[in-house]
Design a protein around this ligand. Sequence first.
Ligand SMILES: NC(=O)c1ccc[n+]([C@@H]2O[C@H](COP(=O)([O-])OP(=O)(O)OC[C@H]3O[C@@H](n4cnc5c(N)ncnc54)[C@H](OP(=O)(O)O)[C@@H]3O)[C@@H](O)[C@H]2O)c1
Length: 213
Amino acid sequence: MKIGIIGSGVVGQQLGIGFAKLGHDVKIGTRDTSKLTDWIKTVGGKGSAGSVLEAAQFGDILVLATKWQGTEIVLQSLPVDSYNGKIIIDVTNPLDSSQGGVPRLDATEDLPGGLKVQNYLPEAKVVKAFNTISAYIMINAPREEGVPDLFIAGNDADAKKVVAGFATQWGWGSVIDLGDIKSSFWLETFAMLWIQFGFRNNNWTHAFKLLRK
Ligand SMILES: NC(=O)c1ccc[n+]([C@@H]2O[C@H](COP(=O)([O-])OP(=O)(O)OC[C@H]3O[C@@H](n4cnc5c(N)ncnc54)[C@H](OP(=O)(O)O)[C@@H]3O)[C@@H](O)[C@H]2O)c1
C-alpha cells in the first residue's frame, strides 16, 4: 500500500518507519523536506518527502500527525479528492501548551479533536489511534510487563479493522474499539492520563492494558 503521512515530527517519522518495515511505500508531507534527510536514509527506498498535498495525494491511507495548533489550517488546505473515501489515522492530541507545564486538553465531550478532524474531512474514514502512547513505542509495543492494548475510535468498522491490523503487526495486544469518532474524546482524555503519568514520573514508555475478570 501507499501511506501518506501529514506531519514530520517524531510521530510521523516513527510511524513512517513502521509502515516501511511492513513493506509499504511512505511519503511524509511537510513545509520543509530538508528535515527528513535522515529519515529517508533510515527507510531506504520505501520513503520519500514532499508537500502536505503531495503526501495526501500519494496515500491510499493517510496518517494525521500534526501539532494540534497547525491541524486545522493543514486539513483545510487539502482538496476533497486528496482524502475522499480514504482511511485517516488520526494520532493528534488536541493540546494547549501555552501555559507551560503539563499541557491542557483543548476539547469537549461534544466536540473532541477526532470529531473536528472528521468534520474537516467529511468524506474520509477517520480512525483515532496511537494517541495514548509515545511515538517511540508505536511501532514496537513494550512487552516487559505484559502485552499492552491499544484503544481506537471511529465511524467506519472496516477502517478500524485495517488500523487494528497495523497495531497487531506492531506488537499491540487487543485493539479495543471505544465506539464512533465522537468517542475519540475518551481517547483524548486517556492521553491526558498518559501525559500526567509521564510528567510526574519522567517516563514515556508506559502503555495500558484492559483487564477483565
Ligand atoms: N510525540 C509523541 O510521542 C506523541 C504521542 C501521541 C500523540 N502525539 C500527537 O501527535 C501529533 C504529532 O506530534 P509530534 O510530536 O510528532 O510532532 P509535533 O511537534 O507536535 O508536530 C509536528 C508537525 O506539526 C506540523 N505543524 C506544526 N505547526 C504547524 C502549523 N502552524 N502549520 C502547519 N503545520 C504545523 C509540523 O509541520 P512541518 O513539518 O511543516 O513543520 C510537523 O509536521 C501531535 O498532535 C501530538 O499531540 C504525539
